[in-house]
Design a protein. Structure first.
Length: 205
């Protein structure tokens, strides 16, 4: 079972819905969103960020490797013809219909090898399409519990921009947008803060 399958039914907590709204606003403030934008949300979970971004005449395709997350999204969006979702690993291959905007929020640090994902994403986007990535800045590995390690303990701007450049994207901007908060490991200590960034990029022609 996918790690996120067991969490799907209870995923849409008020905390996560509010976070998705914030992420969408950060992206909206950084990139133009056309009224007919075709949005591809990578690692969509229940599609909250993409749905918050979706304009009235736009389209949204959510991709996730968790079948249970995709089913949750499918059920919650069944009456909206603008929205579809699919259980698909972009690391394994592209999708056929090109999109004009891709978003990936708190996803990249879960992907062991980002090269294949970015190459297949390039093939899934229209020329000059935009990409918005929200994730953790480089941290000491304490954001996730020791029993649930992830492939990347956040990212530096230089390393991620270099990876994008090597796979057909041009970085447009990087900004620290907010900080995730975790309880202190010390009694009565201050909370631990983990900065999140928004990186915007554009697919080459």
């Amino acid at each position: 079972m996918n790690h996120f399958d067991s969490q799907a039914a209870a995923w849409d907590t008020p905390f996560r819905v509010d976070r998705a709204q914030r992420f969408a606003q950060f992206i909206r403030d950084a990139l133009p969103i056309a009224e007919d934008e075709a949005i591809l949300e990578i690692g969509c979970a229940t599609g909250q960020v993409g749905r918050a971004l979706l304009p009235i005449h736009g389209q949204l395709l959510g991709l996730d490797t968790s079948a249970a997350m995709v089913q949750q999204m499918r059920e919650s969006c069944a009456r909206d013809s603008r929205i579809s979702c699919r259980c698909h690993d972009l690391c394994a291959g592209p999708i056929q219909s090109p999109y004009s905007l891709a978003v990936a929020c708190m996803v990249f640090h879960h992907v062991p090898d980002l090269g294949p994902l970015l190459r297949h994403l390039w093939s899934s986007l229209r020329p000059s399409a935009h990409l918005a990535i929200i994730d953790l800045e480089e941290e000491d590995g304490s954001f996730h519990p020791a029993e649930s390690p992830v492939p990347h303990n956040g990212f530096t701007q230089a390393s991620l921009e270099r990876l994008l450049m090597n796979n057909g994207f041009t970085a447009l901007g990087w900004a620290t947008i907010e900080a995730a908060e975790k309880p202190s490991v010390e009694p009565d200590g201050p909370p631990r803060l983990y900065p999140r960034f928004l990186l915007t990029a554009q697919r080459s022609a």
